[in-house]
Design a binder for this molecule. Structure first.
Ligand code: ADP
Length: 561
Protein backbone atom coordinates (compact mmCIF):
# COMPACT_ATOMS: atom_id res chain seq x y z
CA UNK A 1 0.00 0.00 0.00
CA UNK A 2 2.05 2.91 -1.21
CA UNK A 3 0.98 6.47 -1.71
CA UNK A 4 2.80 9.13 -3.69
CA UNK A 5 4.20 11.21 -0.83
CA UNK A 6 3.89 14.48 -2.64
CA UNK A 7 0.18 13.84 -2.87
CA UNK A 8 -1.20 13.42 0.60
CA UNK A 9 -0.40 12.64 4.16
CA UNK A 10 -3.78 11.75 5.57
CA UNK A 11 -5.61 8.81 4.03
CA UNK A 12 -8.52 8.04 6.24
CA UNK A 13 -10.59 10.21 8.43
CA UNK A 14 -13.89 9.54 9.98
CA UNK A 15 -16.54 11.26 11.96
CA UNK A 16 -18.09 8.45 13.84
CA UNK A 17 -21.24 8.58 15.89
CA UNK A 18 -19.83 5.78 17.89
CA UNK A 19 -22.71 5.44 20.19
CA UNK A 20 -25.62 7.44 21.43
CA UNK A 21 -23.49 9.56 23.78
CA UNK A 22 -20.99 11.29 21.52
CA UNK A 23 -19.55 11.85 18.09
CA UNK A 24 -15.91 11.17 17.60
CA UNK A 25 -13.34 11.80 14.86
CA UNK A 26 -10.32 9.62 14.19
CA UNK A 27 -7.70 10.63 11.65
CA UNK A 28 -5.31 8.05 10.20
CA UNK A 29 -2.06 8.85 8.39
CA UNK A 30 -1.02 7.01 5.23
CA UNK A 31 0.97 4.73 7.54
CA UNK A 32 -2.32 3.85 9.26
CA UNK A 33 -1.31 5.55 12.47
CA UNK A 34 -3.84 7.62 14.39
CA UNK A 35 -2.62 11.20 14.11
CA UNK A 36 -5.56 13.02 15.68
CA UNK A 37 -8.86 12.38 17.38
CA UNK A 38 -11.61 14.54 18.82
CA UNK A 39 -14.89 13.96 20.61
CA UNK A 40 -18.08 15.93 21.17
CA UNK A 41 -20.20 14.72 24.04
CA UNK A 42 -23.88 15.40 23.41
CA UNK A 43 -25.03 15.96 27.01
CA UNK A 44 -22.19 18.17 28.21
CA UNK A 45 -21.20 20.04 25.05
CA UNK A 46 -24.66 20.51 23.55
CA UNK A 47 -26.62 20.93 26.80
CA UNK A 48 -29.44 22.93 25.14
CA UNK A 49 -30.84 19.66 23.73
CA UNK A 50 -31.28 18.42 27.31
CA UNK A 51 -30.57 14.81 26.33
CA UNK A 52 -29.58 12.22 28.89
CA UNK A 53 -26.85 10.02 27.51
CA UNK A 54 -27.64 11.59 24.12
CA UNK A 55 -31.22 10.32 24.06
CA UNK A 56 -34.77 11.09 25.13
CA UNK A 57 -37.08 8.53 26.73
CA UNK A 58 -40.76 9.09 25.98
CA UNK A 59 -42.72 8.89 29.26
CA UNK A 60 -45.97 8.45 27.33
CA UNK A 61 -44.87 5.61 25.04
CA UNK A 62 -43.32 2.64 26.79
CA UNK A 63 -39.94 1.74 25.31
CA UNK A 64 -39.80 4.67 22.88
CA UNK A 65 -36.25 6.06 22.86
CA UNK A 66 -35.05 8.61 20.33
CA UNK A 67 -32.55 11.38 19.66
CA UNK A 68 -33.02 14.86 18.18
CA UNK A 69 -31.77 14.52 14.60
CA UNK A 70 -30.51 18.10 14.39
CA UNK A 71 -28.28 17.55 17.44
CA UNK A 72 -26.16 15.19 15.35
CA UNK A 73 -25.75 17.93 12.72
CA UNK A 74 -24.65 20.46 15.33
CA UNK A 75 -22.27 17.88 16.82
CA UNK A 76 -20.67 17.38 13.40
CA UNK A 77 -20.11 21.14 13.02
CA UNK A 78 -18.61 21.43 16.48
CA UNK A 79 -16.41 18.41 15.85
CA UNK A 80 -15.00 19.97 12.69
CA UNK A 81 -14.28 23.21 14.57
CA UNK A 82 -12.47 21.30 17.33
CA UNK A 83 -10.47 19.31 14.80
CA UNK A 84 -9.48 22.28 12.67
CA UNK A 85 -6.43 23.36 14.73
CA UNK A 86 -5.11 19.80 14.65
CA UNK A 87 -5.62 18.79 11.03
CA UNK A 88 -5.06 20.36 7.66
CA UNK A 89 -8.37 19.37 6.06
CA UNK A 90 -6.99 20.03 2.58
CA UNK A 91 -4.78 16.94 3.00
CA UNK A 92 -7.60 14.55 3.79
CA UNK A 93 -8.22 12.31 0.79
CA UNK A 94 -11.09 10.21 2.09
CA UNK A 95 -13.69 10.44 4.82
CA UNK A 96 -15.97 7.74 6.07
CA UNK A 97 -17.85 7.04 9.25
CA UNK A 98 -19.73 4.85 11.63
CA UNK A 99 -23.29 5.56 12.63
CA UNK A 100 -25.07 3.72 15.40
CA UNK A 101 -26.75 0.84 13.62
CA UNK A 102 -30.57 0.83 13.15
CA UNK A 103 -31.22 4.55 13.89
CA UNK A 104 -33.13 6.43 11.19
CA UNK A 105 -33.68 9.96 9.85
CA UNK A 106 -36.74 11.26 7.96
CA UNK A 107 -36.06 13.93 5.32
CA UNK A 108 -39.01 16.17 4.50
CA UNK A 109 -40.26 16.57 0.94
CA UNK A 110 -38.11 19.18 -0.83
CA UNK A 111 -35.01 18.62 1.32
CA UNK A 112 -32.87 17.23 -1.50
CA UNK A 113 -32.88 20.75 -2.93
CA UNK A 114 -31.84 22.24 0.44
CA UNK A 115 -29.06 19.68 0.84
CA UNK A 116 -27.59 20.34 -2.58
CA UNK A 117 -27.51 24.12 -2.21
CA UNK A 118 -26.05 24.68 1.24
CA UNK A 119 -24.58 28.16 1.68
CA UNK A 120 -20.99 27.90 3.06
CA UNK A 121 -21.49 31.26 4.77
CA UNK A 122 -24.10 29.79 7.09
CA UNK A 123 -24.12 26.97 9.62
CA UNK A 124 -25.50 23.53 8.75
CA UNK A 125 -27.93 23.69 11.65
CA UNK A 126 -29.49 26.94 10.47
CA UNK A 127 -30.02 25.49 7.00
CA UNK A 128 -31.10 21.94 7.88
CA UNK A 129 -33.23 22.54 10.96
CA UNK A 130 -36.44 22.42 8.92
CA UNK A 131 -35.35 19.61 6.59
CA UNK A 132 -37.00 16.76 8.49
CA UNK A 133 -40.55 15.45 8.52
CA UNK A 134 -40.00 14.51 12.17
CA UNK A 135 -37.38 16.02 14.46
CA UNK A 136 -37.00 12.68 16.26
CA UNK A 137 -34.77 9.83 15.18
CA UNK A 138 -35.70 6.44 16.61
CA UNK A 139 -32.49 4.72 17.76
CA UNK A 140 -31.22 1.26 18.60
CA UNK A 141 -32.38 1.43 22.22
CA UNK A 142 -36.03 1.72 21.21
CA UNK A 143 -38.12 -1.31 22.11
CA UNK A 144 -41.60 0.03 21.33
CA UNK A 145 -42.32 -1.87 18.10
CA UNK A 146 -43.15 -5.41 19.21
CA UNK A 147 -46.53 -5.26 17.46
CA UNK A 148 -44.93 -4.20 14.17
CA UNK A 149 -42.27 -6.92 14.47
CA UNK A 150 -44.90 -9.65 14.75
CA UNK A 151 -46.94 -8.15 11.90
CA UNK A 152 -43.97 -8.12 9.52
CA UNK A 153 -42.92 -11.65 10.51
CA UNK A 154 -46.43 -12.98 10.03
CA UNK A 155 -46.79 -11.28 6.65
CA UNK A 156 -43.77 -13.11 5.22
CA UNK A 157 -44.47 -16.54 6.74
CA UNK A 158 -42.94 -16.31 10.19
CA UNK A 159 -39.80 -15.29 12.07
CA UNK A 160 -37.54 -17.88 10.47
CA UNK A 161 -38.67 -16.90 6.97
CA UNK A 162 -37.93 -13.26 7.71
CA UNK A 163 -34.51 -14.24 9.01
CA UNK A 164 -33.77 -16.29 5.89
CA UNK A 165 -34.81 -13.32 3.77
CA UNK A 166 -33.13 -10.48 5.65
CA UNK A 167 -30.50 -12.11 7.90
CA UNK A 168 -32.40 -11.55 11.17
CA UNK A 169 -35.84 -12.18 12.57
CA UNK A 170 -37.72 -8.97 13.43
CA UNK A 171 -36.23 -6.94 16.27
CA UNK A 172 -37.80 -3.87 17.85
CA UNK A 173 -34.74 -1.71 17.23
CA UNK A 174 -34.45 -2.66 13.54
CA UNK A 175 -35.41 0.12 11.15
CA UNK A 176 -38.20 -1.64 9.22
CA UNK A 177 -40.46 -2.11 12.27
CA UNK A 178 -39.62 1.48 13.29
CA UNK A 179 -40.71 2.78 9.89
CA UNK A 180 -43.90 0.72 10.08
CA UNK A 181 -44.71 2.25 13.45
CA UNK A 182 -44.33 5.78 12.05
CA UNK A 183 -46.48 4.85 9.05
CA UNK A 184 -49.18 3.48 11.36
CA UNK A 185 -49.14 6.04 14.15
CA UNK A 186 -48.14 9.23 12.27
CA UNK A 187 -49.17 8.73 8.63
CA UNK A 188 -48.77 12.45 7.90
CA UNK A 189 -45.08 12.22 8.80
CA UNK A 190 -44.61 9.16 6.61
CA UNK A 191 -46.44 10.84 3.73
CA UNK A 192 -44.34 13.99 4.05
CA UNK A 193 -41.07 12.01 3.98
CA UNK A 194 -39.02 12.20 0.79
CA UNK A 195 -36.11 10.02 1.93
CA UNK A 196 -35.36 7.78 4.89
CA UNK A 197 -31.68 7.60 5.82
CA UNK A 198 -29.90 5.50 8.42
CA UNK A 199 -27.70 7.48 10.81
CA UNK A 200 -24.76 6.38 8.68
CA UNK A 201 -26.18 7.41 5.28
CA UNK A 202 -27.56 10.59 6.87
CA UNK A 203 -24.10 11.83 7.80
CA UNK A 204 -22.71 10.77 4.43
CA UNK A 205 -25.56 12.70 2.74
CA UNK A 206 -24.58 15.89 4.53
CA UNK A 207 -20.96 15.46 3.46
CA UNK A 208 -21.74 14.82 -0.22
CA UNK A 209 -24.60 17.31 -0.46
CA UNK A 210 -27.17 14.86 -1.80
CA UNK A 211 -28.91 11.71 -0.55
CA UNK A 212 -26.26 9.02 -0.07
CA UNK A 213 -27.16 5.36 -0.61
CA UNK A 214 -27.69 3.11 2.37
CA UNK A 215 -24.67 0.87 2.89
CA UNK A 216 -25.52 -2.83 2.37
CA UNK A 217 -23.88 -3.83 5.64
CA UNK A 218 -25.80 -1.29 7.70
CA UNK A 219 -28.89 -1.99 5.56
CA UNK A 220 -28.92 -5.55 6.89
CA UNK A 221 -29.86 -4.08 10.29
CA UNK A 222 -33.23 -2.93 8.96
CA UNK A 223 -35.21 -6.15 8.36
CA UNK A 224 -35.76 -4.88 4.80
CA UNK A 225 -32.85 -6.04 2.65
CA UNK A 226 -32.60 -9.41 0.91
CA UNK A 227 -29.41 -10.72 2.52
CA UNK A 228 -28.47 -12.90 -0.47
CA UNK A 229 -29.24 -10.51 -3.31
CA UNK A 230 -28.36 -7.33 -1.39
CA UNK A 231 -31.34 -5.53 -2.84
CA UNK A 232 -34.52 -4.43 -1.08
CA UNK A 233 -36.83 -7.40 -0.51
CA UNK A 234 -40.14 -6.60 -2.20
CA UNK A 235 -42.05 -8.94 0.10
CA UNK A 236 -40.74 -7.29 3.26
CA UNK A 237 -41.11 -3.77 1.88
CA UNK A 238 -44.77 -4.49 1.18
CA UNK A 239 -45.23 -5.92 4.67
CA UNK A 240 -43.67 -2.78 6.19
CA UNK A 241 -45.16 0.32 4.55
CA UNK A 242 -46.45 1.46 1.14
CA UNK A 243 -44.18 3.17 -1.43
CA UNK A 244 -41.18 2.44 0.75
CA UNK A 245 -38.65 1.61 -1.95
CA UNK A 246 -38.60 5.12 -3.37
CA UNK A 247 -38.14 6.58 0.11
CA UNK A 248 -35.13 4.31 0.76
CA UNK A 249 -33.22 4.92 -2.48
CA UNK A 250 -30.45 2.56 -3.57
CA UNK A 251 -28.10 0.33 -1.62
CA UNK A 252 -24.33 0.43 -2.13
CA UNK A 253 -21.41 -1.75 -0.97
CA UNK A 254 -19.40 -0.48 2.00
CA UNK A 255 -16.23 0.11 -0.02
CA UNK A 256 -17.97 2.31 -2.62
CA UNK A 257 -17.60 6.07 -2.74
CA UNK A 258 -20.77 7.98 -1.88
CA UNK A 259 -19.28 10.86 -3.86
CA UNK A 260 -16.83 13.72 -3.54
CA UNK A 261 -17.12 16.01 -0.54
CA UNK A 262 -19.54 18.85 -1.28
CA UNK A 263 -18.51 22.42 -2.06
CA UNK A 264 -19.97 23.45 1.32
CA UNK A 265 -17.09 21.68 3.12
CA UNK A 266 -14.54 22.76 0.52
CA UNK A 267 -15.37 26.42 0.98
CA UNK A 268 -16.22 26.50 4.66
CA UNK A 269 -13.61 24.06 5.99
CA UNK A 270 -11.01 24.00 3.17
CA UNK A 271 -11.36 20.31 2.32
CA UNK A 272 -9.82 19.34 -1.00
CA UNK A 273 -12.49 19.19 -3.68
CA UNK A 274 -11.24 15.73 -4.70
CA UNK A 275 -11.69 14.28 -1.21
CA UNK A 276 -13.87 11.17 -1.40
CA UNK A 277 -16.66 10.36 1.01
CA UNK A 278 -16.69 6.57 1.29
CA UNK A 279 -19.99 4.93 2.26
CA UNK A 280 -20.63 5.23 5.97
CA UNK A 281 -21.60 2.04 7.76
CA UNK A 282 -22.93 0.89 11.12
CA UNK A 283 -20.98 0.61 14.36
CA UNK A 284 -20.94 -3.20 14.35
CA UNK A 285 -19.53 -3.60 10.81
CA UNK A 286 -17.00 -0.85 11.50
CA UNK A 287 -15.87 -2.57 14.69
CA UNK A 288 -15.22 -5.70 12.68
CA UNK A 289 -13.10 -3.68 10.23
CA UNK A 290 -11.28 -1.93 13.09
CA UNK A 291 -10.38 -5.27 14.66
CA UNK A 292 -8.86 -6.25 11.26
CA UNK A 293 -11.13 -9.26 10.83
CA UNK A 294 -11.18 -9.86 7.11
CA UNK A 295 -11.30 -13.51 6.03
CA UNK A 296 -13.55 -16.48 6.87
CA UNK A 297 -12.46 -18.00 10.15
CA UNK A 298 -11.64 -14.68 11.82
CA UNK A 299 -13.58 -14.27 15.04
CA UNK A 300 -13.79 -11.48 17.62
CA UNK A 301 -15.17 -11.91 21.12
CA UNK A 302 -16.04 -8.77 23.02
CA UNK A 303 -16.38 -9.37 26.75
CA UNK A 304 -17.93 -6.13 27.92
CA UNK A 305 -20.98 -5.37 30.02
CA UNK A 306 -22.72 -7.72 27.63
CA UNK A 307 -20.86 -10.19 25.41
CA UNK A 308 -20.75 -9.99 21.62
CA UNK A 309 -19.26 -12.31 19.04
CA UNK A 310 -18.39 -11.17 15.51
CA UNK A 311 -17.21 -13.58 12.86
CA UNK A 312 -16.61 -13.78 9.13
CA UNK A 313 -18.18 -16.57 7.10
CA UNK A 314 -18.27 -17.36 3.41
CA UNK A 315 -21.97 -18.26 3.37
CA UNK A 316 -25.09 -16.75 4.93
CA UNK A 317 -26.91 -19.18 7.23
CA UNK A 318 -29.42 -17.03 9.10
CA UNK A 319 -31.41 -18.58 11.92
CA UNK A 320 -33.79 -17.48 14.64
CA UNK A 321 -30.97 -16.13 16.73
CA UNK A 322 -28.11 -13.73 15.98
CA UNK A 323 -27.66 -11.66 12.85
CA UNK A 324 -26.10 -12.06 9.43
CA UNK A 325 -24.79 -8.92 7.72
CA UNK A 326 -22.69 -8.55 4.55
CA UNK A 327 -18.97 -8.41 5.30
CA UNK A 328 -18.08 -4.69 5.32
CA UNK A 329 -14.57 -5.21 3.95
CA UNK A 330 -15.14 -7.90 1.33
CA UNK A 331 -17.98 -7.69 -1.18
CA UNK A 332 -18.99 -11.39 -1.33
CA UNK A 333 -18.73 -12.65 2.25
CA UNK A 334 -20.78 -12.23 5.40
CA UNK A 335 -20.33 -11.26 8.99
CA UNK A 336 -22.29 -12.89 11.77
CA UNK A 337 -23.02 -11.32 15.09
CA UNK A 338 -24.20 -12.93 18.31
CA UNK A 339 -25.32 -10.82 21.27
CA UNK A 340 -25.51 -12.04 24.84
CA UNK A 341 -27.09 -9.93 27.51
CA UNK A 342 -25.51 -11.86 30.39
CA UNK A 343 -21.83 -10.98 30.08
CA UNK A 344 -19.48 -9.35 32.58
CA UNK A 345 -22.20 -8.29 35.01
CA UNK A 346 -23.35 -11.87 35.44
CA UNK A 347 -19.75 -13.07 35.80
CA UNK A 348 -19.29 -10.35 38.41
CA UNK A 349 -22.31 -11.66 40.30
CA UNK A 350 -20.86 -15.17 40.43
CA UNK A 351 -17.51 -13.70 41.44
CA UNK A 352 -19.20 -11.83 44.28
CA UNK A 353 -21.12 -14.90 45.44
CA UNK A 354 -18.32 -17.46 45.12
CA UNK A 355 -14.95 -15.68 45.00
CA UNK A 356 -15.05 -12.99 47.67
CA UNK A 357 -15.61 -10.23 45.09
CA UNK A 358 -12.08 -10.69 43.79
CA UNK A 359 -10.95 -11.42 40.22
CA UNK A 360 -7.74 -12.86 41.69
CA UNK A 361 -9.66 -15.47 43.66
CA UNK A 362 -11.96 -16.04 40.67
CA UNK A 363 -8.88 -16.71 38.52
CA UNK A 364 -7.33 -18.91 41.15
CA UNK A 365 -10.47 -21.09 40.99
CA UNK A 366 -10.28 -21.16 37.20
CA UNK A 367 -6.67 -22.32 37.37
CA UNK A 368 -7.19 -25.01 40.00
CA UNK A 369 -10.30 -26.66 38.53
CA UNK A 370 -9.72 -29.11 35.65
CA UNK A 371 -10.72 -28.36 32.05
CA UNK A 372 -14.21 -29.78 31.26
CA UNK A 373 -15.15 -29.24 34.93
CA UNK A 374 -15.96 -32.92 35.45
CA UNK A 375 -18.91 -32.57 33.06
CA UNK A 376 -20.52 -29.70 35.00
CA UNK A 377 -22.58 -27.44 32.76
CA UNK A 378 -24.14 -24.21 34.00
CA UNK A 379 -26.60 -21.76 32.43
CA UNK A 380 -26.53 -18.37 34.18
CA UNK A 381 -29.17 -15.79 33.31
CA UNK A 382 -29.26 -12.91 35.77
CA UNK A 383 -31.18 -10.92 33.13
CA UNK A 384 -33.53 -12.20 30.46
CA UNK A 385 -31.15 -13.63 27.91
CA UNK A 386 -31.28 -12.88 24.18
CA UNK A 387 -29.20 -15.89 23.15
CA UNK A 388 -30.81 -18.31 23.92
CA UNK A 389 -34.15 -16.59 24.57
CA UNK A 390 -34.47 -17.74 28.19
CA UNK A 391 -35.87 -16.00 31.26
CA UNK A 392 -33.98 -15.10 34.43
CA UNK A 393 -32.72 -18.22 36.20
CA UNK A 394 -29.68 -20.42 36.86
CA UNK A 395 -29.63 -24.06 35.69
CA UNK A 396 -26.93 -26.58 36.57
CA UNK A 397 -26.29 -30.08 35.23
CA UNK A 398 -23.67 -32.77 35.61
CA UNK A 399 -23.01 -34.90 32.55
CA UNK A 400 -22.54 -38.48 33.80
CA UNK A 401 -19.60 -40.67 32.79
CA UNK A 402 -18.41 -37.79 30.73
CA UNK A 403 -14.80 -38.80 30.10
CA UNK A 404 -15.40 -42.03 28.17
CA UNK A 405 -18.72 -41.59 26.40
CA UNK A 406 -19.68 -40.30 22.97
CA UNK A 407 -22.13 -37.43 22.67
CA UNK A 408 -25.04 -39.63 21.57
CA UNK A 409 -25.56 -41.54 24.77
CA UNK A 410 -24.47 -39.02 27.36
CA UNK A 411 -26.96 -38.44 30.14
CA UNK A 412 -27.10 -35.45 32.44
CA UNK A 413 -28.72 -34.89 35.79
CA UNK A 414 -29.87 -31.53 37.09
CA UNK A 415 -28.41 -30.33 40.38
CA UNK A 416 -29.19 -27.37 42.63
CA UNK A 417 -25.68 -26.09 43.13
CA UNK A 418 -21.99 -26.49 42.40
CA UNK A 419 -19.14 -25.91 44.82
CA UNK A 420 -17.77 -22.32 44.45
CA UNK A 421 -14.69 -23.36 42.42
CA UNK A 422 -16.76 -25.35 39.92
CA UNK A 423 -19.36 -22.59 39.73
CA UNK A 424 -16.66 -20.13 38.64
CA UNK A 425 -15.39 -22.50 35.94
CA UNK A 426 -18.91 -23.37 34.85
CA UNK A 427 -19.94 -19.79 34.12
CA UNK A 428 -16.86 -19.08 32.00
CA UNK A 429 -16.72 -22.47 30.23
CA UNK A 430 -20.47 -22.37 29.67
CA UNK A 431 -20.37 -18.99 27.94
CA UNK A 432 -17.48 -20.00 25.69
CA UNK A 433 -19.14 -23.31 24.77
CA UNK A 434 -22.32 -21.42 23.93
CA UNK A 435 -20.41 -18.93 21.78
CA UNK A 436 -18.65 -21.74 19.95
CA UNK A 437 -21.84 -23.75 19.44
CA UNK A 438 -23.81 -20.81 18.08
CA UNK A 439 -20.95 -19.48 15.93
CA UNK A 440 -20.58 -22.92 14.32
CA UNK A 441 -24.30 -23.02 13.61
CA UNK A 442 -23.82 -19.85 11.64
CA UNK A 443 -21.13 -21.52 9.55
CA UNK A 444 -18.02 -20.39 11.46
CA UNK A 445 -15.20 -22.85 10.72
CA UNK A 446 -13.97 -25.08 13.52
CA UNK A 447 -11.44 -24.21 14.77
CA UNK A 448 -11.48 -20.51 13.86
CA UNK A 449 -8.31 -19.10 12.27
CA UNK A 450 -7.81 -16.79 15.23
CA UNK A 451 -9.79 -14.98 17.89
CA UNK A 452 -9.39 -11.35 18.83
CA UNK A 453 -10.64 -10.67 22.36
CA UNK A 454 -11.74 -7.19 23.43
CA UNK A 455 -13.73 -5.58 26.23
CA UNK A 456 -13.13 -5.38 29.99
CA UNK A 457 -12.77 -9.11 30.65
CA UNK A 458 -10.20 -9.54 27.87
CA UNK A 459 -7.61 -8.32 30.38
CA UNK A 460 -8.13 -11.60 32.25
CA UNK A 461 -5.48 -14.10 31.13
CA UNK A 462 -7.19 -17.09 32.76
CA UNK A 463 -10.32 -16.41 30.73
CA UNK A 464 -8.24 -16.00 27.54
CA UNK A 465 -6.55 -19.34 28.16
CA UNK A 466 -9.92 -21.00 28.42
CA UNK A 467 -11.08 -19.40 25.17
CA UNK A 468 -8.02 -20.83 23.37
CA UNK A 469 -8.71 -24.30 24.80
CA UNK A 470 -12.41 -24.35 23.93
CA UNK A 471 -12.10 -22.89 20.43
CA UNK A 472 -8.73 -24.51 19.65
CA UNK A 473 -7.05 -21.46 18.13
CA UNK A 474 -4.70 -18.61 19.09
CA UNK A 475 -6.18 -15.67 20.99
CA UNK A 476 -5.06 -12.09 20.42
CA UNK A 477 -5.93 -8.95 22.33
CA UNK A 478 -6.12 -5.31 21.27
CA UNK A 479 -5.86 -2.22 23.39
CA UNK A 480 -8.26 0.24 21.89
CA UNK A 481 -11.45 1.62 23.29
CA UNK A 482 -13.22 2.31 20.01
CA UNK A 483 -12.65 -0.10 17.18
CA UNK A 484 -15.69 1.27 15.33
CA UNK A 485 -14.16 4.71 14.88
CA UNK A 486 -10.81 3.30 13.82
CA UNK A 487 -12.56 0.79 11.56
CA UNK A 488 -14.40 3.56 9.74
CA UNK A 489 -11.16 5.49 9.19
CA UNK A 490 -9.59 2.31 7.85
CA UNK A 491 -12.55 1.78 5.53
CA UNK A 492 -12.11 5.35 4.29
CA UNK A 493 -8.57 4.46 3.29
CA UNK A 494 -9.76 1.16 1.81
CA UNK A 495 -12.49 2.80 -0.26
CA UNK A 496 -9.98 5.35 -1.49
CA UNK A 497 -7.55 2.59 -2.50
CA UNK A 498 -10.30 0.69 -4.37
CA UNK A 499 -11.14 3.91 -6.18
CA UNK A 500 -7.49 4.54 -7.07
CA UNK A 501 -7.04 0.98 -8.37
CA UNK A 502 -10.31 0.99 -10.27
CA UNK A 503 -11.73 -2.11 -8.55
CA UNK A 504 -11.93 -4.05 -5.30
CA UNK A 505 -8.66 -4.56 -3.45
CA UNK A 506 -8.52 -6.84 -0.37
CA UNK A 507 -8.36 -4.63 2.72
CA UNK A 508 -5.56 -6.76 4.17
CA UNK A 509 -3.24 -5.43 1.44
CA UNK A 510 -3.09 -2.19 3.38
CA UNK A 511 -1.60 -3.73 6.49
CA UNK A 512 -0.39 -7.32 5.97
CA UNK A 513 3.17 -7.71 7.19
CA UNK A 514 3.11 -4.27 8.71
CA UNK A 515 0.28 -4.48 11.21
CA UNK A 516 2.43 -4.05 14.31
CA UNK A 517 3.72 -0.70 13.09
CA UNK A 518 0.19 0.68 12.62
CA UNK A 519 -2.52 1.65 15.10
CA UNK A 520 -4.29 -1.61 14.22
CA UNK A 521 -1.92 -4.08 15.87
CA UNK A 522 -3.03 -6.99 18.03
CA UNK A 523 -0.96 -8.86 20.63
CA UNK A 524 -0.75 -12.66 20.80
CA UNK A 525 -2.08 -13.51 24.27
CA UNK A 526 -2.39 -17.32 24.06
CA UNK A 527 -0.91 -19.48 21.27
CA UNK A 528 -2.89 -22.21 19.49
CA UNK A 529 -3.12 -25.44 21.54
CA UNK A 530 -0.50 -28.14 20.90
CA UNK A 531 -1.08 -31.95 20.62
CA UNK A 532 -2.42 -32.29 24.14
CA UNK A 533 -4.70 -29.33 23.55
CA UNK A 534 -6.14 -30.95 20.44
CA UNK A 535 -7.21 -34.01 22.47
CA UNK A 536 -8.88 -31.69 24.95
CA UNK A 537 -10.55 -29.85 22.10
CA UNK A 538 -12.26 -33.07 20.97
CA UNK A 539 -13.73 -33.48 24.44
CA UNK A 540 -14.88 -29.88 24.49
CA UNK A 541 -16.61 -30.53 21.16
CA UNK A 542 -18.58 -33.36 22.79
CA UNK A 543 -19.45 -31.19 25.78
CA UNK A 544 -20.49 -28.32 23.52
CA UNK A 545 -22.93 -30.58 21.62
CA UNK A 546 -24.37 -31.77 24.91
CA UNK A 547 -24.77 -28.18 26.07
CA UNK A 548 -26.55 -27.17 22.87
CA UNK A 549 -28.91 -30.12 23.31
CA UNK A 550 -29.73 -29.15 26.91
CA UNK A 551 -30.15 -25.54 25.84
CA UNK A 552 -32.61 -26.55 23.09
CA UNK A 553 -34.68 -28.44 25.62
CA UNK A 554 -34.64 -25.52 28.03
CA UNK A 555 -35.83 -23.19 25.26
CA UNK A 556 -38.63 -25.62 24.35
CA UNK A 557 -39.70 -25.81 27.98
CA UNK A 558 -39.38 -22.23 29.25
CA UNK A 559 -38.08 -20.09 26.37
CA UNK A 560 -39.75 -17.04 24.89
CA UNK A 561 -41.31 -17.49 21.46
P1 ADP B 1 -18.61 -1.77 28.32
O1 ADP B 1 -19.24 -2.91 27.58
O2 ADP B 1 -19.59 -1.08 29.22
O3 ADP B 1 -17.77 -0.87 27.46
P2 ADP B 1 -16.10 -2.90 29.29
O4 ADP B 1 -15.74 -3.51 27.98
O5 ADP B 1 -15.25 -1.80 29.81
O6 ADP B 1 -17.61 -2.46 29.37
O7 ADP B 1 -16.10 -4.10 30.36
C1 ADP B 1 -16.42 -3.85 31.69
C2 ADP B 1 -16.56 -5.15 32.43
O8 ADP B 1 -15.31 -5.85 32.41
C3 ADP B 1 -16.90 -4.96 33.88
O9 ADP B 1 -18.29 -5.15 34.08
C4 ADP B 1 -16.10 -6.03 34.59
O10 ADP B 1 -16.96 -6.99 35.15
C5 ADP B 1 -15.28 -6.72 33.51
N1 ADP B 1 -13.89 -6.93 33.93
C6 ADP B 1 -12.98 -6.00 34.25
N2 ADP B 1 -11.82 -6.59 34.64
C7 ADP B 1 -12.02 -7.93 34.60
C8 ADP B 1 -11.23 -9.09 34.89
N3 ADP B 1 -9.97 -9.00 35.31
N4 ADP B 1 -11.79 -10.30 34.71
C9 ADP B 1 -13.05 -10.43 34.26
N5 ADP B 1 -13.85 -9.38 33.97
C10 ADP B 1 -13.35 -8.14 34.14
Amino acid sequence: FALPDNFITIVGSNFAILCYRSVKATVLSNELIIVASETVNFDSELPHYKTEGGVYRDPTDDGRIYSPTIMWVEALELLLEKLKPKINFSKVVAVSGSGQQHGSVYWKKGSQAVLSSLDPGKSLVSQLKDAFSTMDSPIWMDSSTTKQCREVENAVGGALELSKLTGSRAYERFTGPQIRKIYQTAPHIYENTERISLVSSFMASILVGCYASIDETDGAGMNLMDINKRTWSKAVLEATAPDLEQKLGNLAPACAAAGRISSYFVERHQFDKNCFVIQWSGDNPNSLAGLTLNTPGDLAISLGTSDTVFGITAEAKPSLEGHVFPNPVEPDGYMVMLCYKNGSLTREDVRNQCAEKSWDIFNNYLEKTPPLNGGRLGFYYKDHEILPPLPVGFHRYIVENFSDASSDNLKECEVQEFDPESEVRAIVEGQMLSMRGHAERFGMPNPPKRIIATGGASSNESILKLIAQIFGCPVFTVERPDSASLGAALRAAHGWLCKEEGGFVPISRMYTGNLEKTSLGAKLAVPAPGDEGRELLKKYTVLMKKRMEIERRLVEKIGRA
